[in-house]
Design a protein around this ligand. Structure first.
Ligand SMILES: [Zn+2]
Ligand SMILES: [Zn+2]
Length: 212
């Protein structure tokens, strides 16, 4: 299922490609699972001032992968075939600022989903065996990767906090494990464009109160 947040519409102008030159309105949809780490979005575009008598509906529908900064090759069944060419022209005209804007809209939608969490849509698979046998704690960001990070500044260094929780079913464990990461001073483009907020520490943390 797709989720469209109300605020997720914007206008833009295409200037280079003569077949698509003009002003457009766009809307973005994201997958409705707040725990899904993909950054694939669906964008529908329609001309701001369509010629009278133009066919109704959304003329161009395509998908973008915001992490790879690429058009998703296969069109959705409801997309008209011209959407593929349009998507190419659109992406050609995106600069850093526009990519950042798309990421902002994406995060807005994912955070709206996270805040109004509907458990039915969360398809996250917990490592039940590790949780029960090894008392492995689960990081919040591994379940809800797009929620806002816990960040603070210390000695002009930006630190973010990763929080792990104990999910052992047979104990009433309230243990929380915090990991502090320092943001590197110089970041490569990959870092700045990676959309998910999950820090990359993949190591597992055992619950000190439950581990045997
Ligand atoms: Zn997804
Ligand atoms: Zn525990």
């Amino acid at each position: 299922m797709m989720f469209f947040a109300e605020q997720c519409t914007w206008g833009f102008r295409l200037e280079r490609d003569t077949s698509f030159q003009g002003d457009y309105m766009a809307g973005m949809g994201v997958c409705d699972d707040p725990s899904c780490p993909c950054a694939v979005v669906t964008i529908g575009c329609t001309e701001s001032n369509p010629a009278p008598g133009d066919a109704k509906g959304i003329p161009y529908i395509f998908q973008l992968d915001l992490d790879a900064r690429k058009v998703v090759k296969d069109l959705l069944p409801e997309a008209r075939p011209e959407s593929a060419e349009f998507a190419k022209s659109y992406v050609r005209e995106l600069g850093e600022k526009e990519w950042a804007h798309l990421t902002d809209i994406f995060l807005l939608a994912k955070r709206a989903l996270t805040e109004n969490l509907n458990p039915v849509n969360v398809r996250h698979q917990f490592q039940v065996r590790d949780i029960e046998n090894e008392a492995t704690m689960v990081s919040y960001a591994s379940v809800l990767p797009f929620d806002e990070k816990l960040v603070f500044t210390h000695d002009s260094r930006e630190i973010y906090v990763e929080n792990y929780y104990c999910l052992q079913s047979d104990r009433n464990s309230k243990s929380v494990h915090l990991v502090f990461h320092e943001k590197p001073a110089t970041k490569k483009r990959r870092d700045s464009s990676a959309v998910a907020s999950a820090p990359s520490s993949a190591r597992s943390v055992g619950c000190p109160s439950c581990a045997a």
